[in-house]
Design a protein around this ligand. Structure first.
Ligand SMILES: [Zn+2]
Length: 441
């Protein structure tokens, strides 16, 4: 067999074949109501990839007969389930350390808000992040990105918000920018300067407004000038930022050219979801404390409702977000991990699917669509990722199960065996679905 150089191999077409269920999610985006459960599965399918994009998709017999397919390198999915790579639209990727001690405190009875008042919680993460070097933070984040890939995730949104002084917030956003260049997973950066009030601004009652003014007058223009973030997020909740403060930050961010996301209605019902609707934010996240009228308002809007069941699970709460009601009302529902060291230390989207199904009564099909195409929509990327269609990026996750429903069904077990980003293998487990460098079979 003639030897091929690395360059020749990179330019060569790839055929992903023997896909027991090829879950395409083709069709209009975003998905609302009944359409959320329509996965558009091709049984015994194949995909032809060229230059990082999908060149052909369909039944194995048909795609396999194409001349290009016969010449292509082959990847055998061994009859497994093939999905679009997960799009994790809410993470706090860059942090310094776990908060396992607080986890134990909570198990022993302290609430999240009590721990926060004692200087734990986000302030604990803030102290450690400010002290840690960018090199060390980046290395930790890089290791976590490899874990995201191992669980089938190919795109993540990632927020600042554990720095809360300009130098530290910028440090996080620069790390995200560098990681986006240096490794394969796509990273969508979000500025979350209004995560909590930093210690320097706690004390008299006007300091919160002073901090908001600092964000609006100095930080947001700099974020925009250096193109450090695509989105601005605000933690608008009891004990964090008020509706008025959040409105001021978000409208300023929009004027600076940033798109908007909101941490809304997690700890208490404050009206943050309505604010997201009013400002036409891309996403309102958490939403555990929504009223029936909030559900109706969100359903009429184009705001994606991003549910974060990992957070409720880790905090041991029995009340999860009303995903079912939102879906039935016609809202755009997405799922994300909320990967962070305090309230949701998981980067496993398969685990999030399990929680969505068992705790929020989403069907496995709805959960998959929420974690792919609708999450891509919330990040402004549903034209290029989130489904497997000709012309879209070849972002693909292969699971060694026979049926897509088995992905959430086997909770806590990762069945992802192969992950590809833009046609390149970024994760491959074991020999069963090994990447074959051979040209022909
Ligand atoms: Zn969050």
């Amino acid at each position: 067999m003639p030897k091929t150089s690395k360059r020749e191999r990179a330019n060569r077409d790839l055929l992903v074949t023997n896909c027991g269920q090829l879950v395409t999610l083709r069709g209009a985006a975003p998905r609302r109501g009944k359409a959320l459960g329509e996965l558009q599965i091709i049984r015994d399918g194949a995909l032809l990839l060229r230059d990082g994009r999908i060149a052909a998709i369909g039944a194995r017999q048909k795609v396999g007969r194409m001349a290009e397919s016969r010449r292509a390198e082959k990847i055998d999915a061994h009859g497994g389930v093939v999905l679009p790579g997960f799009v994790d639209s809410h993470t706090h990727l860059v942090f310094a350390a776990s908060r396992a001690a607080e986890y134990e405190q909570r198990i022993s009875g302290a609430t999240y808000e009590e721990i926060a008042r004692q200087g734990g919680g986000i302030l604990n993460s803030l102290r450690k992040l400010r002290e840690m070097s960018a090199t060390e933070l980046k290395q930790r984040a890089r290791e976590n990105l490899a874990q995201f890939a191992a669980h089938g995730t190919t795109t993540i949104e990632a927020k600042s918000g554990y720095g809360l002084d300009w130098a530290s917030e910028r440090k996080i956003l620069i790390i995200l920018r560098e990681l986006a260049r240096e490794q394969e997973i796509e990273i969508v950066p979000t500025f979350l300067g209004a995560h909590v009030l930093p210690p320097e601004f706690r004390g008299d009652k006007n300091s919160a407004d002073e901090y908001v003014e600092l964000i609006c007058r100095e930080w947001l223009p700099r974020v925009a000038e250096e193109s450090l973030a695509e989105f601005c997020d605000v933690f608008c909740d009891r004990g964090t930022f008020t509706i008025a403060q959040s409105r001021r930050i978000l409208t300023t961010a929009r004027a600076c050219g940033l798109k908007l996301r909101v941490h809304a209605e997690q700890l208490a019902r404050t009206g943050a979801a309505r604010l997201a609707v009013e400002l036409q934010a891309s996403s309102a996240d958490h939403l555990e404390k929504l009223t029936a009228a909030d559900v109706r308002a969100l359903a009429k809007s184009d705001v994606t409702c991003t549910m974060l069941p990992g957070c409720c699970f880790h905090l041991g709460l029995s009340h999860y977000g009303p995903a079912r009601k939102l879906i039935e009302a016609g809202a755009i529902v997405a799922l994300a991990t909320d990967f962070n060291p305090g309230t949701s230390p998981t980067l496993s989207m398969p685990m999030i699917l399990s929680l969505a199904c068992t705790q929020m009564r989403m069907t496995p099909a709805e959960a998959i669509a929420a974690a792919t195409i609708n999450a891509a929509y919330s990040l402004g990327r549903c034209e290029s990722i989130g489904s497997l269609e000709v012309g879209k990026f070849a972002d693909i996750a292969v699971f060694d199960v026979a049926d897509y429903r088995e992905i959430p069904y086997y909770f806590g077990v990762n069945h992802c065996v192969l992950t590809m980003k833009r046609g390149r293998v970024i994760y491959s487990r074991g020999a069963r679905t090994s990447f074959s460098p051979k040209g022909e079979e």
